[in-house]
Write a protein that binds this ligand. Sequence first.
Ligand code: SAM
Length: 244
Amino acid sequence: APGLYLVATPIGNLRDITLRALDVLAGCDVLLAEDTRVSGKLLAAYAISKRLQRYDEHVADRETPRILERLEAGERIALVSDAGTPMVSDPGLRLAQAAIAAGLPVFPIPGASAALAALTLAGLPTDRFLFAGFPPTKTAARRTFFEELANVRATLIFYEGASRVADSLADMAAVFGPRPGAVARELTKLYETCVRGPLDELAADPRFEAPKGEIVILVGPGEDEIASAADAETALREAMTRLP
Ligand code: SAM
């Protein structure tokens, strides 16, 4: 069917792609890729030859109207990012929003995403989680960013560049205290690891002083000791209804 297909691709292991994603990649009229060389390798691995067109933030303004015209003309347009699910800390949102606003069909082709792969591996609560993306790179902004998340009772999931993992872990330990955490590295790749422990231990772990590879950091929800005033009031009211 014509429309915009948002296609998840592998985050490391090239076999982590769905049969439907391969069908869509092989059958689309145009394949929009964050980096045409990266996606070219994926296509080559599956012997798919397809015209690739660059689509990232730098060309989004210029290309979005043209892509909408092609969608309106009934083309099947697929969008991929370098790895994982498009639009999750990756380009594509503006195009998807434009297609939705224009009433054009949009289809998700679900698959790998480092956030959910890390969550399943971390052993932290999975009933509520908050994906927070990349923390700011400057210390003061990063601290504020963590402080704003400190009262969220959910497992927090962060992406982080290898060179900033040590700084981020130190700030997390300072802001979140000794909550449980996990550092998931090189998921689905040869050197996949996951180190679990209290944040202060992770921050002091020499393996994370200058780590290599791709990394997801997770922070558990912590104890309920800091019940908010609203919660206390609710509990009090409830207790009063039970009084004789
Ligand atoms: N769209 C992608 C997704 O759905 O996972 C994320 C793209 S974002 C630009 C890249 C970040 O994702 C990395 O810095 C790292 O935090 C995380 N990531 C991607 N692949 C990973 C992997 N194989 N192992 C661990 N983290 C990974």
